[in-house]
Structure formats: structure tokens, C-alpha cells
Design a protein around this ligand. Structure first.
Ligand code: HEM
Length: 151
């Protein structure tokens, strides 16, 4: 019970950090259009933001697994039964899986090319994955709320 409470508090704080960070970077990407300013800001902010987000995501996944174990949700993910809770947990897990893959792609490119010119493919993959992460977050939030409403 205490472990579940601790896990849930960490889960929430990390969800706020993870989503808040991605919304802020989205706003920064839209408003900071000046090339020179971008070259000054991103090489410094990028790695700090990147590690902050990676730690938040790892903490989210770890606490998510603790909570999922506590509520026996993994049985439902493997054998969905059509109930509202099974539906919400399956959808949330699929979205989180895609989100994690998109984050790994984005992080690897960002890490490899920080402060350097990007190829066209790297540019498309980097921008595409960050847009995907941003929008997936909104849907993950939705299914997280549906899930908690039922539990
Ligand atoms: C990017 C990843 C994730 C985000 C942003 C996220 C976000 C959230 C949020 C915001 C809540 C609280 C909803 C509310 O209070 O209305 C929540 C609850 C919950 N999450 Fe996640 N989550 C993530 C990953 C996971 C994973 C991988 C699992 C494991 C299946 C999981 C399992 C749960 C459970 C069981 C609850 C309800 C806990 C309770 O009611 O005690 N989450 N999540």
C-alpha cells in the first residue's frame, strides 16, 4: 500500500515534468525562430533538457510498472477482455510504447548531432519524432485519466 502510494506520487510528479518539459520545448521551437539565437541556446539547453526528460521517462515507466503490478493490469494487457479498464490500459500501453520508441530515436539523433549540421533525413526524423511525442502525450494523459477514474 505504502509502495503503491509512493510510486503513484513519483508517477504524477514525473508525468508533470515529462509533459511540462515537452510543452515548453514545443513553445520554444515555435517562438525561437532566429537562427543565431537557436545556435546559442540549443547546444546548452539541449543536453540538460534531454537528460531531464530521459530520467523522467525512466521514472514514469518504472513507477508505471509498479502500479500496473499492484492493480494486476499486466494480465489484462496480455488478455484484454473488452472491459473499460482493459481498453484503457491496452491503449495507454500501446501509446507509451510508441512514445518510448520515438523518444529513443529523438534522443539518439539529438545526442549525435548537437551543435552540428543535420542531414535531411536526421532533420525529418528529429522533427517528426518530437511532434509525435508532443501529440502522443496528450492521448497518454487522456487514457491515464480514464484509467484512474475506474481504478
Ligand atoms: C509516458 C508515460 C506515462 C505517462 C505520461 C503517465 C501519466 C499518468 C498520469 C498523469 C496518471 C494520473 C491520472 C489521474 O490522476 O487522473 C497516471 C496514472 C496511472 N498510470 Fe501512468 N503514465 C505513463 C506510463 C505508465 C505505464 C507504462 C503504466 C503501466 C501500465 C502506467 C500505469 C498507471 C496506473 C496504473 C495509473 C493509476 C494509478 C492509481 O490510480 O493509483 N502508466 N499515469
Amino acid at each position: 500500500m505504502l509502495l503503491k502510494e509512493i510510486a503513484f506520487h513519483i508517477h504524477l510528479i514525473m508525468a508533470i515534468s515529462w509533459i511540462g518539459g515537452s510543452v515548453f520545448m514545443f513553445i520554444l521551437g515555435i517562438t525561437l525562430r532566429d537562427k543565431k539565437a537557436q545556435q546559442e541556446v540549443y547546444p546548452h539547453v539541449g543536453p540538460i533538457f534531454g537528460w531531464f526528460e530521459v530520467i523522467a521517462l525512466i521514472a514514469l515507466l518504472t513507477t508505471g510498472f509498479v502500479l500496473g503490478g499492484y492493480y494486476n493490469l499486466f494480465e489484462l494487457i496480455l488478455n484484454p477482455n473488452g472491459s473499460a479498464i482493459s481498453d484503457a490500459v491496452v491503449k495507454k500501453s500501446i501509446l507509451v510504447l510508441i512514445l518510448t520508441i520515438a523518444t529513443v530515436i529523438h534522443f539518439v539523433i539529438a545526442y549525435k548531432t548537437n551543435g552540428k549540421e543535420r542531414t535531411k533525413v536526421e532533420q525529418i526524423l528529429s522533427r517528426g519524432s518530437s511532434m509525435l511525442i508532443f501529440f502522443l502525450n496528450l492521448f497518454v494523459m487522456h487514457y491515464a485519466i480514464v484509467l484512474r477514474d475506474i481504478l
